[in-house]
Each structure stands twice: as structure tokens, then as C-alpha cells.
Design a protein around this ligand. Structure first.
Ligand code: G1P
Length: 272
């Protein structure tokens, strides 16, 4: 059973500067709430019981967002009849009970973030989500968990993207395609158009095997001096570890870029 989700939150958010210089990109509001909360709801509906947030020590604001009981208690005392206030506090408390923090003080990549979670990981597989990849309408994590149950393999959420944009994404090569999934035989991070094995892109949701930790431990730094999860996945795929692409057909919003972030509010309000 997949019950734990890792959410790396130590990135610099360079593409969203200057906003992200004061507010972590994961807390920027989209239609009234931070994108991180959309991700938490998606996971909870999919059966996730614990979140592991990977944050830098010098960015306490994410912790404060979820662990600020005294603040809420004080205003609830003052405004006893404010129903909304109580509802908000209840929602935050629900998340609070499910969150553990681990620290990654330098932005050394998603692979490094996963390594830092080692002491908390329990089952054979865990979910990892990139917080600037938003999904609405259909629950992508739920679909992936169902495919994992069926195949017992690792799963990567994927979507067909325009060919000319392949160098923005991690791109999958595959065989044995059915309507909603395929067996992955290649993974390339941000390939040039002529190197891309397809135009199926990774959309920031992964069900990974715990054994990926031993690959990551011995992995050399990749592009930009970071330890990339994509490189570790590639190693496992080459060792014939079963990784399936879950073809996602719901609405996907890339909030990691300024244009995507600007569009996200409009798109989300259409679908909610
Ligand atoms: C990351 C992943 C990439 C994936 C993308 C989805 O890239 O490394 O494989 O396709 O997220 O948003 P980043 O957005 O950090 O450049």
C-alpha cells in the first residue's frame, strides 16, 4: 500500500521571482489557497496518510503556515462566533497531524530530497509529488495508486505535450502501450527534440520503490550540480525494474513558470 508522500519544497523558485523571494512558490495563492493545499487534498483523497515535507531550515514560513496554533487559538477566543475561522483551523489541524519535516539546506535536487527522507520511509513504495504541478478535475495520484496495485510496479504520471516543448520536461520512452498506460524503457531529462524518445512528459507525480535510495546514495551529481530523481529512475529502468507510465487525461497546470502561475487561477476557477 502506498500511504506516504514526499513533497520536495527546497527549490529556489527562480522562475517565479520576485514573488518567490519573499513567499515560497508553494505558498503562492491560487484562487484563494496555496497550491500546496491542492496537492495535499489530492493525496488525502487518494489514501495518503503521511506527508514528508523537505524544506530548508532557513525557510520557516512553510512550517509556520501549518503549525501556528497559538495564533489561531488567540483569534478564535476573541471571535467566538466566527464559523469560518474554526473551519480553517480545523483544516490546518488535519494537515498538521499528517506532516513530518526533513531538512535539505541547499537546493541539491529532487533525488537528494528523497534521500533525506530515508528514516521515515516504511513501505516498499512511496509517492513523490512536485508541488508546482497542479492537477484538477481527475485525481492523478488516485489513478497511479490503482495502477500500482494492479501492476505492483513503479508509476510515473505522464501527459502528451507538444513536440516543440520536449526540452522543458522529463520525457519517457515506452513499449506495450495500452489506452491508459505503458511500460517505460527510457527516461531522459529535458532532451533536445531529436533525442526525445516520444512526446510523453513526466508531470511531477511518481510512485517510487524504496530501493531507489541505494541508487541515489551512489549517484553522481547531474545537470546543474544536482542529484536528479530522473537519473535514478533511468538507472532502475536499465536494470529492468518495472516502471509504468500512467497516461493522465485530467487537467494539468504547470505553475512553476510565471505564465503558468498567471493562468492557473483562471483555469482552476473554471474547473472547481
Ligand atoms: C521537473 C522534472 C521533470 C518534469 C517536470 C514537470 O522539472 O525534473 O522531469 O517533467 O518537473 O513539471 P522542473 O519543473 O523542476 O524543471
Amino acid at each position: 500500500m502506498v500511504t506516504q508522500a514526499i513533497i520536495p519544497l527546497a527549490g529556489l523558485g527562480t522562475r517565479l521571482l520576485p514573488l518567490s523571494s519573499v513567499i515560497p512558490k508553494e505558498l503562492l495563492p491560487i484562487n484563494g489557497k496555496p497550491n500546496l493545499e491542492y496537492i495535499l487534498e489530492e493525496c488525502i483523497q487518494a489514501g495518503i496518510k503521511q506527508f514528508i515535507f523537505v524544506v530548508p531550515k532557513n525557510r520557516p514560513i512553510i512550517k509556520k503556515y501549518f503549525f501556528n496554533d497559538n495564533f489561531y487559538k488567540k483569534i478564535i477566543k476573541k471571535k467566538k462566533n466566527d464559523k469560518r475561522l474554526k473551519e480553517v483551523f480545523k483544516r490546518i489541524k488535519k494537515y498538521q497531524r499528517m506532516i513530518k519535516f526533513v531538512y535539505q539546506n541547499k537546493p541539491e535536487g529532487t533525488g537528494q530530497a528523497v534521500l533525506k527522507c530515508k528514516k521515515y520511509l516504511k513501505g516498499t513504495h512511496f509517492l513523490m509529488l512536485l508541488a508546482d504541478d497542479l492537477i484538477v478535475k481527475k485525481n492523478c495520484s488516485k489513478e497511479m495508486i490503482a495502477l500500482h496495485k494492479k501492476t505492483k510496479g513503479s508509476i510515473i504520471a505522464t501527459k502528451r505535450v507538444e513536440k516543440k516543448t520536449v526540452s522543458r520536461w522529463g520525457i519517457l520512452g515506452f513499449k506495450n502501450r495500452s489506452k491508459n498506460s505503458f511500460l517505460i524503457n527510457e527516461v531522459i531529462e529535458k532532451p533536445k527534440l531529436r533525442e526525445a524518445p516520444s512526446n510523453y512528459a513526466i508531470i511531477g507525480r511518481y510512485i517510487l520503490p524504496k530501493k531507489i535510495l541505494s541508487v541515489l546514495k551512489n549517484q553522481r551529481k547531474g545537470k546543474g550540480g544536482e542529484i536528479h530523481i530522473t537519473d535514478a529512475i533511468k538507472t532502475l529502468v536499465k536494470r529492468n525494474e518495472k516502471f509504468y507510465g500512467n497516461i493522465f487525461r485530467g487537467k494539468y497546470i504547470d505553475c512553476g513558470t510565471l505564465q503558468g502561475f498567471i493562468n492557473s487561477g483562471l483555469t482552476i476557477s473554471k474547473y472547481l
